[in-house]
Design a protein around this ligand. Structure first.
Ligand code: NAI
Length: 579
């Protein structure tokens, strides 16, 4: 070891150099006595990216791609994020849904090969740990090479994963994947993200009997034993905590927000006035009723339609037929609000009958009934809406439950459909013209990274429904002219970083308008660049100024472009006095 290099500086250099890999400069190689021990080429980051992409493409299954990327994330974090950002459309479905679901199913079998043992990928908290949580937090801090504190955490208890059921500790893949999207899509700093899994057991026999299962091998505690974390109460937990801690539920609120954004775009493009919309829901579970209430808020807030009139724009069909007050059965509490009172003696036994009775402009599926929107239904939707474009949203997940595909909706509506789905569908080429059409997917990854970014930046006291509403509006506003001219309802996913910046800006502006931001920096920027909106109080319209979105963009993390920049940043992070 050279005399000039002290032990700690050498350790720091080794850590930094290891992550620079083949881009390590000659001087650093010499200082670390690496001459002759590594290939001589000194590469730039673009070349490393090219090689990584080539390796990724050479994998034959998506799970192998997932594994390759997970290892890359552990060993070359900047290279990993450069790859994800540059190839977001291609890689997001691997690090997030659907492939992350596949990885979670076998997580206990692959985990040790994804992360070298002791690599700190997040927190696994068992019931025993809860009582000594300070120790876990301290251990986590000690494990971090760079002395930074997390600014965003994603927490799961692994009990309801992507329609795959109770995965127990194997659910850790989800917060990891989500946080990678927070970084890649919205520029959160990866070193300040923290995945957390509450490993309180699993009720899945498959895992309890799996000899390789890595989590707590016990059934989950019942509600009484552990009320705060009971698994069936996501809505209740949200209500309990949303005003006390800076938190949100990316599935419940993020999904509602993204569907509303797509629906606003659809109403704007449909070609009939909003108050003439007639919306028929198939499925009246928590999802159907929740989505309907959000859309109803839009009609009330945006178009000043009074509540009773807005409510009357919605009809529901469940497994017993159209939901009416005089159907003859006792309606579940959450269905009562939308039950029709204006049907006289008319009852419809199923979707087909309801379609003829309601003559809807929009058909929304949250029913879990595969192919419920069959050729007959879709063709009738097209006929009923001869003068306006029919809106069809088959939102059920996963693909085995979807109400119809994009291709089916296009074919049956003479390519006029305004479409958004729960699962991803391939693009569709119109056979007669050869034109390509892109389906809308109501994927919550359009919004949750942006909401996280906006909240981390301006630190509002809480995240309100009106902030989510502003984000939905900003999402609808974010479509460019080309996307609109092609009837698309969501912006192209390739533009996700720009979209995230705009949505985060909309959230920040709304938070300031609602008086929930204390940070003087953001107060000044919003008030100085948008004095007129401050007079409008809490009105949510999803607007922001160029100054706000510009400031958001400057604060978004991205991987360093050059090795010189990387080394300075990395050495500063490890030891600010020793660069
Ligand atoms: P749920 O099981 O509580 O509700 C299903 C509803 O469909 C019930 O009202 C049921 O009566 C109705 N239904 C079942 N068979 C029917 C039939 N033959 N005719 C008419 N109605 C019928 O389920 P939940 O939680 O409301 O979710 C529904 C679906 O929505 C799931 O597939 C879920 O994955 C999906 N979902 C999708 C989201 C997205 O972002 N795309 C967001 C939330 C949920």
């Amino acid at each position: 070891m050279s005399d000039e290099i002290g032990g700690s500086r050498r350790n720091s250099m080794e850590l930094v150099g290891a992550k620079a890999g083949t881009a390590m400069p000659v001087e650093m190689r010499q200082a670390l006595n690496l001459r002759g021990l590594v290939p001589c080429s000194v590469e730039n980051f673009s070349k490393q990216e090219l090689r990584a992409y080539e390796q990724l493409m050479a994998k034959s299954t998506n799970l192998e791609k997932y594994e390759f990327l997970a290892i890359l994330r552990s060993t070359h974090i900047n290279l990993f994020f450069r790859l994800v950002i540059r190839h977001f459309k291609e890689i997001a479905p691997i690090i997030y849904t659907p492939t992350v679901g596949e990885a979670c199913l076998s997580y206990s079998h692959i985990y040790p090969f994804l992360y070298p043992f002791r690599t700190s990928i997040g927190m696994f908290i068992t019931l025993d740990d809860v009582h000594s949580i300070d120790v876990v937090i301290e251990n986590y801090c000690l494990s971090m090479i760079e002395m930074v504190h997390p600014e965003i955490a994603v927490v799961t208890d692994g009990s309801r994963i992507l329609g795959l059921g109770d995965l127990g500790v194997n659910g850790m893949g989800i917060p990891i994947g989500k946080l990678q999207l927070y970084v890649a899509a919205a520029g959160l700093n990866p070193r300040r993200t923290l995945p957390i899994t509450l490993d309180f057991g699993t009720n899945s026999k498959r895992y309890l009997n799996d000899p390789l299962y890595l989590g707590t091998r016990e059934e989950r505690p019942d509600d009484e034993t552990f009320e705060d974390f009971s698994t069936d109460h996501a809505f209740g937990l949200l209500d309990q905590w949303r005003d006390k801690a800076l938190c949100f539920n990316d599935d419940i609120q993020g999904t509602g927000c993204v569907i509303l954004g797509g629906f606003i775009s659809a109403v704007e493009q449909a070609g009939i006035p909003p108050h003439d919309q007639r919306i028929l829901f198939m499925g009246a579970g928590a999802a159907g009723v929740g989505v309907a209430k959000q859309i109803m808020d839009y009609f009330m807030i945006e178009h000043n339609i009074p509540e009773d009139k807005a409510k009357a724009m919605f009809w529901f069909v469940d497994s017993h037929g159209m939901i009416t007050a005089n159907r003859g059965d006792k309606l579940a509490q959450h269905k009562v609000y939308f039950a029709r009172h204006d049907n006289g003696n008319m009852q419809c036994k199923d979707l087909e009958e309801a379609l003829e009775y309601v003559k809807p402009t929009a058909l929304i599926g949250l029913s879990t009934v595969y192919k419920a929107f069959n050729e007959k239904i879709l063709t009738r939707m097209n006929e009923i809406n001869a003068k306006a474009r029919p809106i069809v949203f088959p939102l059920s997940n996963p693909a085995t439950k979807e109400e119809c595909s994009f291709e089916e909706a296009m074919r049956c509506t003479n390519n006029r459909v305004l479409f958004a789905s729960g699962t991803a569908f391939p693009e569709y080429t119109i056979p007669e013209t050869g034109e390509l059409r892109v389906p809308g997917q109501g994927n919550n990854m359009y919004v949750f990274p942006a909401v996280g970014l906006g909240a981390v930046l301006c630190k509002p006291a809480r995240i309100t429904d009106t902030m989510f509403y502003a984000v939905s509006k900003a999402l609808a506003n974010s479509l460019d002219e080309e996307e609109k001219s092609l009837g698309e309802l969501y912006p192209r996913i390739e533009r996700i970083r720009q979209i995230s910046a705009e949505l985060a800006a909309a959230l920040i502006v709304q938070a300031v308008r609602e008086g929930l931001v204390k940070d003087q920096h953001w107060l000044d920027i919003v008030k100085n660049s948008m004095p007129e909106v401050m007079d409008e109080g809490g009105k949510a319209d999803g607007c922001f100024s160029r100054r706000v979105v510009g400031e958001v963009k400057t604060l978004m993390w991205s991987p360093p472009d050059s090795v010189e920049q990387y080394i300075v940043e990395a050495m500063t992070a490890i030891d600010p006095d020793d660069v």
